[in-house]
Design a protein around this ligand. Structure first.
Ligand SMILES: Nc1ncnc2c1ncn2[C@@H]1O[C@H](COP(=O)(O)OP(=O)(O)OP(=O)(O)O)[C@@H](O)[C@H]1O
Ligand SMILES: [Mg+2]
Length: 493
């Protein structure tokens, strides 16, 4: 006997039991479902449903007796109809499920059950002071830059003229912190009535999904309305070319300007063009990593407008980094003699990035805590540095072949040269050639280097959106340039 007749036979016998086994089975199913899965109110619904279902069950017997229905029940032999039968409205789980899912899927914020404990030990205090998001009371070693930006902005805001200042420097040199401090000072003066009121607009290339979104953000901050980028641009053009008599001064901060460069460079062009318009009453502060961005990336007409006031933030040396960390720790003796200096020297040797120095010191406080020490010792700093070196990314770089290491180094050189994180393969290849010659190695051809690049993408040390494998492909370093330097330095960092 083939399996199919046996199955149809069983189904038939189940159906023929009518009120008996079949109805019991249905009832049990609905009960167990409502008890286990459904909340109180939905349970009531289920009970009602159940009553309905018992009513139905009598009709169910009718169904079975009714030849037409019986005909339809015959079709229960096929699995699909059998499913239909078990999905009669009262017993169907779908209703309860939909109720359940609505309840379960209601979006809610995860609430904190325990309050964040305040720092109680000197090490915890130091850690919170060293956090990069903590606003320091002062910005040592940036007094000169602070004064220059302050003089420029204060002058333009007081005499009601427009203008633009271009601030550049490598990461972690205090550009954002210094400009924000100047703006805080100016706002305090407005509050005291010492300076005319101005409207402040703040955009950051890193926070925008695409350069054109900057128009939307600017208009939203000025007028509080959300418009499309085209409409926002039209309104902004109008505002800055035909200002109304009652329009006050606007101060605009554009951080991470490099990221607003698109192919047409129209966004950067507009941002720098508006302050030059007569009576626009707009002062713009732009912050970028690249020093010569106007000359290299922007069109001539844009760079000529930007050549007004420039300010470069140099990387910190070890003494300055030490001073920055110590000034943040004022009043908290958490580091033993020489330990901050060690961090400062190590960071200054590679990048002069204050953010990195602060992060290493914070990690050292955690190491000290783990080792149950009250003060951070030289040993803890060394362990923190070693941990950074032992990171998987650093290890991955260290285990690369000579050619792969060389390519990574060339990517870093190109990133530093352009100040933009996304670089073009062809330019990296140009950087790599003299490096090979310097090391006395044969220069690989472009196909070999494309293969090297592909391997680094597969190790996740590089990323590449368009793996088309040609010399114009764009590549992005998936580790910090600092990490590459650490990993490839002969001396231990
Ligand atoms: N002179 C300083 N004194 C105290 N803290 C500083 C100083 N310079 C930088 N920092 C701190 O270092 C961190 C990085 O600084 P900031 O964000 O200003 O750097 P940046 O130059 O804007 O870097 P990026 O180019 O990556 O945006 C911040 O936490 C900042 O408070
Ligand atoms: Mg910044």
């Amino acid at each position: 006997m083939s399996p199919r007749p046996i199955r149809s036979c069983t189904l038939n016998s189940n159906v023929k039991q009518s009120n008996g086994t079949a109805s019991k089975k249905l009832k049990v199913d609905s009960e167990s479902f409502s008890e286990e899965e459904v909340s109180e109110d939905s349970y009531q619904c289920s009970s009602e449903d159940e009553e309905e279902s018992s009513g139905d069950l009598s009709s169910e017997s009718e169904i079975y007796n009714n030849p037409r229905r019986a005909k339809s029940n015959n079709t229960l032999k096929t699995p699909s109809k059998a499913t239909d039968a078990s999905h009669d409205p009262p017993e169907t789980p779908s209703k309860s499920f939909s109720r359940l899912s609505i309840k379960c899927l209601t979006p809610s914020m995860h609430t904190r059950t325990v309050n964040i404990s305040k720092p109680s030990t000197p090490l915890q205090e130091a850690r919170s002071k060293l956090h990069v998001s903590a606003v320091p009371k002062s910005l040592p070693c940036r007094e000169e830059q602070f004064n220059e930006i302050y003089k420029f902005l204060h002058g333009r805001l007081s005499d009601g003229s427009g203008g633009c200042i271009y601030v550049s420097g490598v990461p972690g040199t205090g550009k954002t912190a210094t400009v924000n401090e100047v703006i805080r000072c100016l706002r305090k003066q407005v509050a005291k009535g010492e300076l005319k009121e101005f409207q402040f607009v703040d955009i950051n290339g890193m926070k925008l999904s695409e350069p054109k979104q900057s128009y939307v953000q600017i208009w939203k901050q000025i007028e509080g309305e959300s418009k499309s980028w085209e409409e926002s641009l039209r309104l902004l053009q109008k505002r800055f070319s035909k200002p109304t008599a009652k329009q006050g001064m606007t101060l605009m901060l554009v951080d991470e300007l490099d990221l607003l460069c698109n192919k047409r460079q129209d966004v950067v062009y507009n941002l720098l063009d508006w302050p030059t318009k007569t009576n626009a009453k707009l002062v713009v502060v732009t912050i970028a990593n690249t020093m010569d961005l106007p000359e290299r990336i922007l069109m001539g007409k844009v760079s000529s407008r930007m050549g007004l006031t420039r300010l470069t933030f140099p990387p910190y040396n070890h003494k300055q980094l030490e001073q920055i960390v110590i000034s943040r720790l004022k009043g908290h003796d958490a580091f033993s003699g020489g330990s901050v200096e060690l961090v400062a020297r190590k960071v200054a040797a590679v990048s002069g990035d204050a953010r990195r120095a602060l992060d290493i010191c914070r990690r050292a406080t955690e190491v000290a805590e783990r080792n149950e020490r009250e003060l951070v010792s030289m040993m803890d700093v060394k362990l923190a540095l070693d941990e950074m070196i032992a990171s998987p990314k650093i290890q991955a770089i260290r285990h690369c072949s000579e050619a792969e290491k060389m390519f990574l180094q060339a990517v870093c050189v190109e990133v530093n040269r352009t100040g933009v994180e996304e670089v073009i393969f062809k330019n990296v290849y140009y950087q790599m050639k003299p490096m090979c010659l310097m090391e006395g190695q044969e220069v690989p051809n472009s196909s070999e280097v494309l293969a090297i690049c592909g391997r680094l993408v597969s190790y996740r040390l590089l990323t590449c959106d368009n793996p088309r494998r040609d010399i114009l492909q764009k590549i992005l370093l998936n580790v910090s340039t600092d990490d590459v330097h650490f990993a490839l330095q002969n001396t231990k960092f």
